[in-house]
Design a protein around this ligand. Structure first.
Ligand code: SF4
Length: 260
């Protein structure tokens, strides 16, 4: 029997289009699966977007949901005692990658939602993981992020609210991969979620601080984030099972180089 083709749908425009293209190409010949990780910290409009995309795909999305931490990144930070480490964020590892590892089967071929702008990331991944077969429909067709958004809109689907507010993707509200400009925007738009992260940092202390003052070379908390430009469109990596896999591998390789 042929391998399963597994599309990871992250409630983002790129993964939606990559899924649609993979279904068009492989559903006659392969078992194509669409998988999504539910996260309690994403905007609720992401669920509306997932439903609309499900209708567009003409196929159900398998939603995986962590039980141990209530699919909640705040609970992960609280219990794991950190927010971002040298090899990535614990939330995406625990709430996404671990679920997928339990769900996947040997021989699965993964569909990456990397866009044309991210071709070098795909090259990196393939170079380091020659044994992991992956398909990247957007890169194969030269489709960029803006193309994907336009395709979604042409299909009559409203983009997730986070995009419409100007954010780069539909990650969790207050994604720990964000920078200072991104968090100023979150502080303005979602003060409650911002405060919830501050409370966790109050408890975890300096080790959990995400930012560094370049002048004094000291780390500082979200609560101490000063005034400045709010950047909703700050470049922020999409958070998907497979991007995380690729990024964790890259970080591990870089750490290895630092230590050698
Ligand atoms: S979107 Fe950001 S905060 Fe949410 S799981 Fe992914 S890395 Fe963590």
């Amino acid at each position: 029997m042929s391998h399963r083709i597994v599309c990871q749908f992250s409630c983002g425009a790129a993964s939606a289009v990559a899924t649609k293209l993979a279904l068009a190409e492989y559903s006659d010949t392969h078992d194509v699966q669409i998988v999504n990780a539910f996260l309690a910290n994403e905007h609720e409009d992401n669920r509306r977007f997932a439903q609309d995309c499900e209708a567009w795909f003409g196929q159900q999305i398998t939603v995986l949901r962590d039980e141990k931490y209530g699919a909640n990144v705040l609970e992960v930070f609280r219990r794991e005692r950190y927010m971002k480490g040298r090899t990535g964020a614990p939330c995406t590892k625990i709430l996404k990658r671990r679920l997928l590892d339990n769900w996947k089967q040997p021989g699965d071929v993964m569909v990456f939602g990397y866009t044309a702008e991210e071709a070098d990331r795909l090259d990196d991944f393939r170079e380091r993981n020659p044994h992991r077969p992956v398909i990247a429909p957007l890169i194969e067709r030269g489709l960029g992020k803006e193309d994907c958004k336009a395709m979604i809109q042409r299909a009559g689907i409203e983009l997730p609210l986070m995009y419409r507010m100007g954010y780069e993707n539909a990650n969790c509200i207050g994604c720990v991969k964000g920078g200072e400009g991104y968090f100023r925007a979150i502080r303005e738009d979602f003060p409650e979620q911002f405060e919830a992260l501050c409370v966790i940092q109050d408890d975890l202390g300096e080790g959990s601080y995400l930012f560094r003052n370049r002048t004094t070379n000291t780390r500082f908390s979200l609560r101490s984030l000063g005034d400045g430009p709010a950047r909703r469109n700050e470049k922020l990596p999409a958070c998907s099972f497979f991007c995380e896999m690729a990024e964790a591998d890259l970080a591990a390789a870089q750490l290895g180089r630092c230590h050698s």
